[in-house]
Design a protein around this ligand. Structure first.
Ligand code: COA
Length: 363
């Protein structure tokens, strides 16, 4: 046998040993995946059972006059609901039917760790801010120079932006975000409105509406910056609070910070809604011009819907936020527990890694 063949044979023998270890590890991995899937199903069934029983208990409590025991029981049920919500978030979820399944197909879009969820949400907020900075720049240029190709490019950009955030919001929703249905509808309608602006021909009604629209996009970019500051602050504070010790103080502090942030933001939001109403009225008047195409009427209706939906939803947020929110306390508490669970899971995962590495070293 030539020396080359001999060394290749030796190498093969050595590789065989390594392969045997790989087979063992792979079998262990497959077993764990099987176990994991079974555990996920068991958890899902337990959660569904818990929810069903809690629902019945809540119905039974409804008719009873409120005393100390009833109050305590209601609080226990609420706390359990928050716990179940967090447990549900740790289980993989499938794409929602209407949005993601249609675009991405039937894939699992859930994040297992809280850290990944946090990062995704943070990235979503940053993406919105950057896109609005781009929109602000476009609007500013278009404010001073009327350049039709750039206008069309800007409308195309808006269609792309709203499509992207709608997909991202669906992923956030699947991962347990409490984003209200209206904001998602708002962004889907914004795809339609940007599409209509894109196909709107260059005519007299457009010339008359153009300036109003550009002013509106400049103001929207400014509001988006304020919203970004608020959302980012909430995100960071909740994360930091989850790591603190005294929960009562942290919940109180968070509540007063959030309330201050909101009262600062609200007047600016309502000015934006007035802008939307005035756009609707201007477009409605323009729709009577002989040159007006069907896009004008549609856009007028969409801006009116924005005004009504935004005002109604934002007004609805206020009473919810004025309550000394028990849910905030539980959210922080659960965040601590969730961190502890993740740490245990990651810790045992690291232990397994060490075992596997050591066993491969031994071989
Ligand atoms: N777009 C996307 N997500 C939103 C949102 C919006 N407009 N408003 C709230 N959310 C998200 C929150 O980030 C939170 O997410 P999480 O569960 O992943 O943490 C969830 O929805 C629940 O939020 P909620 O507690 O109801 O409200 P909030 O305190 O976060 O924000 C407002 C309240 C009023 C500040 C916020 O809804 C807002 O900025 N609304 C105005 C939007 C608007 O009008 N845009 C058009 C401007 S012209």
């Amino acid at each position: 046998m030539s020396k080359v063949i001999e060394s290749v044979c030796d190498e093969w023998e050595e590789l065989q040993e390594d392969y045997k270890q790989l087979e063992i590890n792979n079998a262990a991995y497959l077993k764990k995946v099987e176990e994991l899937t079974k555990l996920q199903d068991i958890c899902r069934k337990h959660i569904a059972h818990q929810k069903y029983r809690l629902n019945i208990m809540q119905k039974n409590l409804k008719g009873i006059s409120e005393d100390k025991n009833t109050k305590q029981m209601k609080e226990n049920i609420m706390k359990r609901e928050v716990e179940l919500q967090y447990m549900e978030q740790s289980l993989p979820k499938k794409s929602d039917r209407y949005m993601l399944k249609l675009i991405l197909g039937d894939i699992d879009v859930s994040f297992f760790t809280k850290e990944n969820k946090f990062r995704y949400k943070e990235d979503y907020e940053t993406f919105k801010l950057i896109s609005h900075c781009v929109a602000f720049t476009f609007s500013l240029i278009l404010y001073f120079y009327e350049f039709r190709p750039l206008e069309k490019f800007f409308m195309g950009f808006l269609v792309w932006y709203y499509c992207t955030i709608s997909i991202r919001e669906s992923i956030l929703k699947v991962n347990g975000s409490r984003i209200k249905g209206w904001w998602r509808i708002h962004h889907l309608l914004s795809i339609v409105s940007s599409g209509l602006l894109l196909v709107w021909p260059y005519n007299e009604p457009w010339k008359l509406f153009r300036k109003h629209f550009i002013n509106y996009t400049i103001y929207s970019a400014f509001i988006q910056y304020l919203q970004f500051k608020y959302q980012k602050g909430t995100l960071y504070r909740l994360k930091a609070l989850g790591e603190m010790q005294n929960m009562d103080i942290t919940a109180e502090g968070f509540h007063s910070w959030m309330w201050r942030g909101l009262t600062f933001l609200l007047p600016f939001l309502f000015i934006g809604y007035i802008f939307q109403l005035s756009n609707a009225i201007i477009l409605f008047n323009l729709s009577y011009l002989p040159e007006a195409s069907w896009e004008v009427t549609c856009l007028s209706l969409i801006f009116l819907t924005f005004f009504l939906g935004n005002s109604y939803t934002t007004l609805g947020v206020i009473p919810m936020k004025t309550k000394k929110n028990m849910l905030i306390r539980y959210k922080i508490l659960r965040s601590k527990v969730y961190d502890a669970i993740s740490e245990t899971v990651m810790g045992s995962h690291r232990d397994d890694e060490v075992i596997v590495k050591e066993s491969s070293k031994d071989s």
